[in-house]
Design a protein around this ligand. Structure first.
Ligand code: ATP
Ligand code: MG
Length: 183
């Protein structure tokens, strides 16, 4: 392929990537609310990948998601923090288990094997900070939430893959975050 043809091809490839659902998050409450909204979509076997730089709001979103599911299930409330040192923290929200991973400190393939990811997805759903650490173990069916700093606020973009696509598209119709995005 000539350099020019390749450049046109690459532009078309990039243009064909769906833009995702962008959401403005003006404050931490909005980040937590987005988490709660995502939590309501979840069922066992789901994987939610939270990406973004240090301080972009991953744990805040996980907190909103987990604390809301615990409250909805009437489970004892816990203050959700990042499992920075244990790498994973499970929660029981009634029938649904939620396993919260923070893989920032992963530094060996053996540690990855000991994470119990298959078991987590068998019995519940997974919320994962720093999912890039999983490499080839990253599930193909998943919801990606990409968080970015935007001045003093944050911005999220949702991308669903596989089984999650239709569910996200349906839920997105009429979601409160569409309104916020146009504000
Ligand atoms: N939408 C928002 N607007 C302003 N501040 C926010 C927003 N969302 C979260 N924050 C704040 O950003 C800070 C970092 O949030 P958080 O710990 O959730 O980030 P993180 O991505 O998990 O960071 P790390 O990579 O260190 O784990 C917190 O003080 C939190 O209150
Ligand atoms: Mg965090």
């Amino acid at each position: 392929m000539s350099p020019m043809a390749r450049s046109i091809y690459l532009k078309e490839e990039v243009a064909s990537v769906p833009p995702g659902h962008p959401i403005n998050l003006p404050n931490v409450k909005a980040t937590e609310s987005l988490g709660a909204w995502i939590g309501a979509l979840l069922r066992p076997g789901d994987f939610v990948a939270l990406t973004g730089d240090l301080g972009s709001g991953k744990t805040s979103l996980a907190r909103g998601l987990i604390e809301d599911l615990l409250a909805q299930a009437g489970a004892p409330l816990e203050h959700v923090q990042s499992p920075t040192f244990n790498l994973v923290q499970p929660y029981s929200a009634g029938a649904l288990e939620i396993w919260h991973y923070d893989l920032y400190r992963i530094d060996s393939a053996q540690e990855l094997e000991e994470l119990g990811l298959d078991e987590a997805l068998d019995v519940g759903c997974v919320i994962c900070e720093w999912p890039d650490r999983l490499g080839a173990l990253l599930p193909g069916d998943r919801l990606d939430v990409a968080l970015e700093l935007a001045s003093t606020a944050r911005r999220a973009t949702l991308h669903a893959h596989g089984d999650f696509e239709a569910r996200l598209d349906t839920a997105w119709q009429g979601s409160p975050f569409q309104v916020r995005d146009n504000a």
